[in-house]
Write a protein that binds this ligand. Structure first.
Ligand code: BDR
Ligand code: CA
Length: 305
């Protein structure tokens, strides 16, 4: 059983990742922490609570940072994920509320309580993870793995020619994480761009899981339109679900061990590049058995209501 916390900015593909985790019997989801990115952190927390309630999960949601470590606040990616984060679906207030503990505090406490077992899967900007590293000197040793969706090694960027969005939105935080010596695994665009989800796939999700798959299909229309608008006519990338799947099926991914550093300014800000300073190598995933990842994702979504 993989003990997992997902750090998230829901977000359409975040919703897909969280529903996947809810259905995966080998994952024990200990909680969600939220971060600005696709939406504001207030919206991310609201959306995370809504996903938890929709999926019938009884897990805590801890609210995280609302701004990057050093950069001024970013405008959320409403043009990609819609005004409320879930495409065209209007905002719905959840019944529950976030716990009275910050995301960083919750991460540090859970890492302590599940020492050597906790896998952290950040699928948004890395601010909460950097804060946890900075505030608890034992956090890195306590955590088993950090498997993050973000970055790009050879693929180029998706928000600038050089940068992937999650890293771009807080490059200083990403640099803290990659320089920390933690066991980091980078599920970046080199692999997520190989795993596509089409309109037909969302139709299948709605048919096999009318409530939750149907919710994903409702969200998908706006998201797929964005992809089309940037010339990607074959569907959207399975970014965030790929990172969650890498937590339990790393054997489907090929890793290159590279020390990674993050450019924090200029045109290349947010680029994840090979470091020359001998830092602890990151497992950079550069190839994937895409069909296996996609099939497992579809299979698990079909198990939902
Ligand atoms: C990442 O950025 C966000 O838009 C997605 O949710 C994903 O985490 C892809 O670059
Ligand atoms: Ca995300």
């Amino acid at each position: 059983m993989t003990k997992l916390i997902i750090d998230t900015d829901p977000g359409v593909d975040d919703a897909m990742a969280i529903f996947y985790a809810a259905a995966a019997s080998e994952i024990e989801l200990l909680g969600l922490t939220t971060i600005f990115g696709n939406v504001t952190v207030e919206m991310a927390t609201r959306n995370a609570l809504r996903l938890v309630e929709a999926a019938g999960l009884d897990i805590p949601v801890a609210a995280g940072a609302n701004t990057p470590l050093a950069l001024p606040p970013f405008k959320p990616s409403f043009h990609v994920h819609g005004d409320e984060g879930f495409g065209d679906i209007p905002a719905v207030s959840p019944n529950g509320a976030a716990i009275d503990e910050s995301a960083a505090d919750f991460l540090c406490r859970m890492a302590r309580e599940h020492k050597g077992e906790l896998v952290v899967c950040p699928i948004g900007p890395l601010t909460n993870i950097a804060l946890a590293i900075q505030q608890d000197p034992d956090f890195i040793a306590n955590v088993k793995r950090i498997v993050l969706m973000g970055g790009s090694y050879r693929e180029g960027g998706n928000i600038t020619p050089h940068a992937e969005a999650n890293i771009y939105h807080d490059p200083h935080a990403a640099e803290v994480v990659f320089a920390s010596g933690a066991a980091v695994e980078m599920v970046g665009l080199d692999v997520t761009h190989r795993i596509l989800c089409t309109a037909e796939d969302f139709t299948e999700m709605a048919a096999t899981a009318p409530t939750l798959g149907g919710m994903l299909q409702d969200m998908s229309h706006f998201y797929l339109e964005f992809y089309k608008s940037v010339g990607k006519l074959d569907g959207c990338s399975l970014h965030d679900p790929a990172a969650v799947i890498a937590c339990t099926h790393p054997e489907w991914f090929t890793a290159e061990k590279v020390g990674i550093e993050v450019s924090c300014d200029g045109d290349t800000s947010g680029a994840t590049i090979a470091s020359k300073d001998g830092r602890v190598p990151t497992a950079v995933y550069t190839a994937v058995e895409a069909q296996k990842v996609k099939s497992l994702f579809m299979e698990r979504i079909a198990q939902l209501s």
